[in-house]
Design a protein around this ligand. Structure first.
Ligand code: IMP
Length: 195
């Protein structure tokens, strides 16, 4: 695999492609033990989770179903709000299912807690959470994910599914943007030119 040069809007890389691959293999091995002989429903949290879901899923040796949820709390900024809205939820019931919630990053924990509670209230048999990244310093609840790829400090990160103003999700690594990018007047964002 040939790595791309670092994107000019990035200050530094926090997790490169090789490190992400290793994390997916390690988490996959643990989940294969957890779900051996079971048929869990994967509940993937859109939109940021898509690259991680794809890479992690390739490691699974168990049968599984896929469902998607979408929620929002950031509203395009870099600081989370306390208000979480779930605006997409599976049509099929999660009753008696072993549910594995797959998330890109847990910060305040409010999103994942709300999704987990909703799955349990539908009668899920078990609900576990796997996240690529965990920012425990940002927690506003006592939530602890069952499986964590990497614990990171309280930084705003983008790439590998994670966004800033819906951009950078396609970048194949996780990194930190330059302060000049984060502090830029939104009307000057490079993707706003010509609007
Ligand atoms: P929480 O409810 O505060 O735990 O936030 C969960 C959601 O916020 C995640 O699913 C991400 O979509 C988003 N989020 C949290 N931290 C970051 C970050 O550093 N970069 C981009 N998105 C983030």
């Amino acid at each position: 695999m040939k790595s791309q040069p670092i994107h000019p809007d990035f200050d530094r890389v926090l997790l490169n492609e090789k490190e992400i691959e290793t994390i997916c293999k390690e988490l996959g091995a643990k989940l294969n033990k957890e779900y051996a002989g079971k048929v869990p429903t994967i509940l993937a949290v859109l939109k940021g989770v898509t690259p991680f879901l794809t890479d992690l899923s390739k490691e699974f040796t168990f049968y599984c179903d896929y469902e998607y949820v979408a929620s929002s709390s950031y509203h395009g900024g870099v600081v989370t709000s306390n208000w979480v809205e779930i605006y997409l939820w599976p049509r099929l019931t999660l009753r008696n299912k072993d549910v594995l919630i797959v998330e890109d990053i847990v910060d305040s924990g409010l999103t994942i807690q709300k999704i987990k509670q909703k799955a349990l209230s539908e009668g899920a048999k078990s609900v576990k959470v796997v996240t690529l990244l965990d920012k425990p310093e940002g927690r506003k609840t006592k939530f602890v994910p069952d499986y964590i790829g990497k614990t990171i400090p309280k930084l705003f990160v983008v790439g590998y599914g994670m966004d800033f103003d819906e951009k950078y999700r396609n970048i194949p690594y996780v990194g930190v943007l330059k302060p000049s990018m984060i502090n830029m007047n939104p009307k000057d964002y490079p993707w706003k030119k010509g609007e």
